[in-house]
Design a protein around this ligand. Structure first.
Ligand SMILES: O=c1[nH]c(=O)n([C@H]2C[C@H](O)[C@@H](COP(=O)(O)O)O2)cc1CO
Ligand SMILES: [Zn+2]
Length: 162
Protein backbone atom coordinates (compact mmCIF):
# COMPACT_ATOMS: atom_id res chain seq x y z
CA UNK A 1 0.00 0.00 0.00
CA UNK A 2 2.10 2.87 -1.22
CA UNK A 3 -0.81 5.29 -1.57
CA UNK A 4 0.15 6.29 -5.07
CA UNK A 5 -2.38 7.76 -7.51
CA UNK A 6 -4.29 5.19 -9.56
CA UNK A 7 -5.59 7.26 -12.45
CA UNK A 8 -2.29 8.31 -13.98
CA UNK A 9 -2.02 7.89 -17.75
CA UNK A 10 -0.30 4.84 -19.23
CA UNK A 11 2.83 5.09 -21.39
CA UNK A 12 0.70 4.45 -24.47
CA UNK A 13 -1.76 7.20 -23.54
CA UNK A 14 1.13 9.53 -22.80
CA UNK A 15 2.86 9.04 -26.15
CA UNK A 16 -0.28 9.06 -28.26
CA UNK A 17 -1.39 12.10 -26.29
CA UNK A 18 1.85 13.86 -27.17
CA UNK A 19 1.38 12.85 -30.81
CA UNK A 20 -2.16 14.26 -30.85
CA UNK A 21 -1.08 17.46 -29.11
CA UNK A 22 1.68 17.90 -31.69
CA UNK A 23 -0.89 17.48 -34.44
CA UNK A 24 -2.80 20.43 -33.01
CA UNK A 25 0.00 22.66 -34.35
CA UNK A 26 -0.91 21.69 -37.91
CA UNK A 27 -2.34 24.35 -40.23
CA UNK A 28 -3.91 21.74 -42.50
CA UNK A 29 -7.68 22.33 -42.44
CA UNK A 30 -8.49 18.74 -43.39
CA UNK A 31 -6.07 16.37 -41.68
CA UNK A 32 -3.86 17.18 -38.72
CA UNK A 33 -1.22 14.52 -38.21
CA UNK A 34 1.04 14.34 -35.17
CA UNK A 35 3.64 11.86 -34.05
CA UNK A 36 6.03 11.08 -31.23
CA UNK A 37 9.19 8.95 -31.45
CA UNK A 38 10.14 7.05 -28.31
CA UNK A 39 13.20 4.97 -27.42
CA UNK A 40 13.34 1.60 -25.66
CA UNK A 41 13.56 3.34 -22.26
CA UNK A 42 10.33 5.27 -22.90
CA UNK A 43 12.17 8.52 -23.48
CA UNK A 44 10.72 10.84 -26.08
CA UNK A 45 13.26 11.49 -28.83
CA UNK A 46 11.30 13.63 -31.26
CA UNK A 47 7.89 14.92 -32.25
CA UNK A 48 6.39 16.26 -35.42
CA UNK A 49 3.31 17.43 -37.28
CA UNK A 50 2.46 18.07 -40.90
CA UNK A 51 3.54 21.49 -42.03
CA UNK A 52 5.48 23.49 -44.54
CA UNK A 53 9.27 23.50 -44.79
CA UNK A 54 11.15 26.24 -42.97
CA UNK A 55 10.87 29.57 -44.70
CA UNK A 56 7.64 28.68 -46.50
CA UNK A 57 4.98 30.98 -45.14
CA UNK A 58 1.78 29.25 -43.92
CA UNK A 59 -0.17 32.23 -45.19
CA UNK A 60 1.44 32.31 -48.62
CA UNK A 61 1.28 28.65 -49.61
CA UNK A 62 -1.97 26.83 -50.45
CA UNK A 63 -3.78 24.50 -48.04
CA UNK A 64 -6.41 23.23 -50.46
CA UNK A 65 -6.61 19.60 -51.61
CA UNK A 66 -7.76 19.97 -55.16
CA UNK A 67 -7.47 22.43 -57.95
CA UNK A 68 -6.78 22.66 -61.63
CA UNK A 69 -3.21 23.52 -60.90
CA UNK A 70 -1.43 20.95 -58.70
CA UNK A 71 1.03 23.67 -57.77
CA UNK A 72 -1.82 25.41 -55.98
CA UNK A 73 -2.56 22.42 -53.73
CA UNK A 74 -0.97 21.54 -50.40
CA UNK A 75 0.32 18.14 -51.50
CA UNK A 76 3.42 19.33 -53.25
CA UNK A 77 4.57 21.44 -50.29
CA UNK A 78 3.71 19.81 -46.97
CA UNK A 79 6.27 17.89 -44.95
CA UNK A 80 4.58 14.91 -43.32
CA UNK A 81 4.63 14.66 -39.55
CA UNK A 82 6.76 11.52 -39.46
CA UNK A 83 9.39 12.95 -41.78
CA UNK A 84 9.44 16.17 -39.75
CA UNK A 85 10.02 14.21 -36.55
CA UNK A 86 12.80 12.15 -38.14
CA UNK A 87 14.51 15.15 -39.73
CA UNK A 88 14.16 17.28 -36.59
CA UNK A 89 15.92 14.71 -34.41
CA UNK A 90 19.40 15.98 -33.64
CA UNK A 91 20.41 13.33 -31.12
CA UNK A 92 22.01 10.70 -33.36
CA UNK A 93 20.39 7.37 -34.10
CA UNK A 94 16.72 6.39 -34.01
CA UNK A 95 17.66 2.71 -34.25
CA UNK A 96 15.29 0.47 -32.30
CA UNK A 97 12.81 3.24 -31.49
CA UNK A 98 9.04 3.30 -31.98
CA UNK A 99 6.75 5.91 -33.42
CA UNK A 100 3.26 6.84 -32.25
CA UNK A 101 1.41 8.52 -35.09
CA UNK A 102 -2.18 9.66 -35.42
CA UNK A 103 -2.48 8.42 -39.04
CA UNK A 104 -0.95 5.39 -40.73
CA UNK A 105 2.25 6.49 -42.51
CA UNK A 106 2.25 6.93 -46.27
CA UNK A 107 4.80 5.13 -48.42
CA UNK A 108 7.27 8.03 -48.37
CA UNK A 109 7.17 8.22 -44.59
CA UNK A 110 7.42 4.42 -44.43
CA UNK A 111 10.69 4.60 -46.36
CA UNK A 112 12.06 7.19 -43.96
CA UNK A 113 10.86 5.19 -40.94
CA UNK A 114 12.56 2.03 -42.18
CA UNK A 115 15.80 3.76 -43.14
CA UNK A 116 16.07 5.59 -39.83
CA UNK A 117 15.87 2.31 -37.89
CA UNK A 118 12.45 2.78 -36.27
CA UNK A 119 11.14 -0.71 -35.53
CA UNK A 120 7.55 -0.23 -34.42
CA UNK A 121 4.61 1.91 -35.55
CA UNK A 122 1.58 2.53 -33.34
CA UNK A 123 -1.08 4.32 -35.36
CA UNK A 124 -4.31 6.01 -34.34
CA UNK A 125 -6.23 5.99 -37.61
CA UNK A 126 -5.95 4.10 -40.89
CA UNK A 127 -8.44 6.07 -42.96
CA UNK A 128 -6.35 5.77 -46.13
CA UNK A 129 -5.87 2.00 -45.87
CA UNK A 130 -7.21 1.48 -49.38
CA UNK A 131 -4.71 3.80 -51.03
CA UNK A 132 -1.69 2.58 -52.94
CA UNK A 133 0.53 4.54 -50.58
CA UNK A 134 -0.62 2.74 -47.43
CA UNK A 135 -0.71 -0.67 -49.12
CA UNK A 136 2.88 -0.06 -50.23
CA UNK A 137 3.82 1.06 -46.70
CA UNK A 138 2.56 -2.19 -45.21
CA UNK A 139 4.40 -4.25 -47.80
CA UNK A 140 7.64 -2.43 -47.03
CA UNK A 141 7.14 -2.65 -43.25
CA UNK A 142 6.48 -6.40 -43.55
CA UNK A 143 9.60 -6.91 -45.65
CA UNK A 144 11.76 -4.76 -43.40
CA UNK A 145 10.52 -6.26 -40.13
CA UNK A 146 8.89 -3.08 -38.86
CA UNK A 147 5.97 -4.04 -36.63
CA UNK A 148 2.77 -1.99 -36.83
CA UNK A 149 -0.40 -2.14 -34.80
CA UNK A 150 -3.35 0.10 -34.02
CA UNK A 151 -3.40 2.18 -30.89
CA UNK A 152 -5.95 0.91 -28.38
CA UNK A 153 -8.09 3.93 -27.64
CA UNK A 154 -9.16 4.28 -24.03
CA UNK A 155 -12.18 6.07 -22.59
CA UNK A 156 -9.98 8.73 -21.09
CA UNK A 157 -10.79 12.29 -22.08
CA UNK A 158 -8.20 14.93 -21.47
CA UNK A 159 -9.45 18.39 -20.74
CA UNK A 160 -7.39 21.23 -19.32
CA UNK A 161 -6.72 24.89 -19.80
CA UNK A 162 -3.47 25.86 -21.41
O1 LIG B 1 1.78 9.79 -43.43
C1 LIG B 1 1.22 10.89 -43.49
N1 LIG B 1 1.67 11.94 -42.74
C2 LIG B 1 1.17 13.20 -42.85
O2 LIG B 1 1.62 14.11 -42.16
N2 LIG B 1 0.15 13.42 -43.76
C3 LIG B 1 -0.38 14.76 -43.92
C4 LIG B 1 -0.15 15.37 -45.28
C5 LIG B 1 -1.33 16.26 -45.45
O3 LIG B 1 -1.05 17.54 -44.85
C6 LIG B 1 -2.43 15.56 -44.66
C7 LIG B 1 -3.34 14.70 -45.51
O4 LIG B 1 -4.29 15.53 -46.09
P1 LIG B 1 -5.67 14.98 -46.68
O5 LIG B 1 -6.25 14.00 -45.65
O6 LIG B 1 -6.51 16.20 -46.88
O7 LIG B 1 -5.32 14.27 -47.97
O8 LIG B 1 -1.78 14.72 -43.75
C8 LIG B 1 -0.36 12.40 -44.50
C9 LIG B 1 0.13 11.13 -44.37
C10 LIG B 1 -0.39 9.96 -45.09
O9 LIG B 1 -1.60 10.08 -45.59
ZN1 LIG C 1 3.77 10.49 -45.13
Amino acid sequence: MSGKRKDYISWDEYFMGVALLSGMRSKDPNTQVGCCIVDQDNKILSMGYNGLPKGCDDDEFPWIREGENPLETKYVYTVHSELNAILNYKGGSLEGSKIYVSLFPCNECAKAIIQSGIKEVIYGDDKYHETHGVIASKRMFDAAGVRYHPYHWTDREVKFKI
